[in-house]
Design a protein around this ligand. Structure first.
Ligand code: ZN
Length: 139
């Protein structure tokens, strides 16, 4: 994998290195596909203009104009930046869901549903700890 200086952090090469980089809560969600408690995240109410990046690798993921109020308690978006995320089938817990992972580092971000209220029809339901918000970051 090519490291891009100034844009992305160098990616850890092992789960041990991931553990050292991330907080225990971040590790549990990003690397072990956990879910934070609803309304616990700091970005649920974030309304400023900017870009949301992957908290594990700084990959730009979502623009603030894709964010909408879903009243679920998790930050929600109606589309990702082009090529920013990848999708995986998630059949855990007896449900058929679409997992959203960072295209750069493969970390778990949340799930994508087809019941979005905006014109895209998509609802990215993400964990706040998986995202970092930056004002006026250009993609
Ligand atoms: Zn990432």
């Amino acid at each position: 994998m090519v490291n891009k200086p100034g844009k992305h952090k160098a990616l850890p090469q092992s789960e041990h290195e991931w553990r050292k980089r991330l907080t225990p809560e971040q590790y549990r969600i990003l690397r072990e596909r956990g879910t934070e408690a609803p309304f616990s995240g700091t970005l649920v109410q974030e309304k400023r203009n900017g870009v949301y990046t992957c908290s594990a690798c700084d990959n730009p993921l979502f623009a603030s104009d894709a964010k909408f109020e879903s009243h679920t308690g998790w930050p929600s978006f109606d589309q990702a930046l082009p090529g920013a995320v990848e999708f995986k089938a998630d059949n855990s817990y007896g449900m058929h869901r679409t997992e959203v992972v960072c295209a750069e580092c493969g970390s778990h971000l949340g799930h994508m549903f087809d019941d979005g209220p905006t014109k895209t029809g998509k609802r990215y339901c993400l964990n706040s700890v998986c995202l970092e918000f930056g004002e006026n970051i250009s993609t």
